[in-house]
Ligand binder design. Structure first.
Ligand code: DQA
Length: 155
């Protein structure tokens, strides 16, 4: 008898200050809260036949540990908005490299059009792809992209 086909599992990780979405600089980051984004991601994931877990932290070490945990949980793809850590965190970059889980980098704002210090990015060169400037919709696009790429690899 054929075994049950395992569901593809994805994890969404949001970094510091993204718990403030809705209140935080709405002209840049919009009015959608993190809770709404997480609910939409879970809903879209279910539509795509994926299982999604969501995590937000303001602490670098917690994000590193969550990425390690993703490997133990057999997560197939990660969506990460490292927020301010995008521009500084060798530790989160190394964590992603250590688990070798494909990931899509998402930014709500168009970082390329912002300050000089935001032009340093420690993730784009190791990401499957980067989505920036499309608001909260970027997370939904990232889910579609992970599903598509996973299916292509497993054909
Ligand atoms: C951000 C862009 C970062 O530069 C910033 O520090 C954030 C959010 C974005 O989603 O646009 O906190 O990652």
């Amino acid at each position: 008898m054929a075994g049950k086909v395992e569901e593809m599992k994805v994890m969404m990780i949001n970094g510091p200050n993204l718990n403030m979405l809705g209140k935080r600089e709405p002209s840049l980051y919009g009015s959608t809260t993190i809770e709404t984004i997480q609910a939409r991601v879970r809903e879209k994931a279910a539509d795509l036949g994926l299982e999604a877990t969501c995590f937000q932290s303001n602490h670098e070490g917690e994000i590193v540990e969550k990425i390690h945990e993703a490997a133990d949980l057999g997560i197939d793809g990660i969506i990460i908005n490292p927020a301010a850590y995008t521009h500084t965190s060798v530790a989160i970059r190394d964590a992603l490299l250590s688990v070798q889980i494909p990931f899509i980098e998402v930014h709500i704002s168009n970082v390329a059009a912002r300050e000089e210090f935001r032009q340093v990015n420690l993730f784009s060169d190791i990401a499957e792809g980067t989505i920036a400037g499309l608001g909260a919709y970027g997370y939904i696009l990232a889910l579609d992209a992970l599903r598509e790429r996973h299916d292509i690899k497993n054909q």
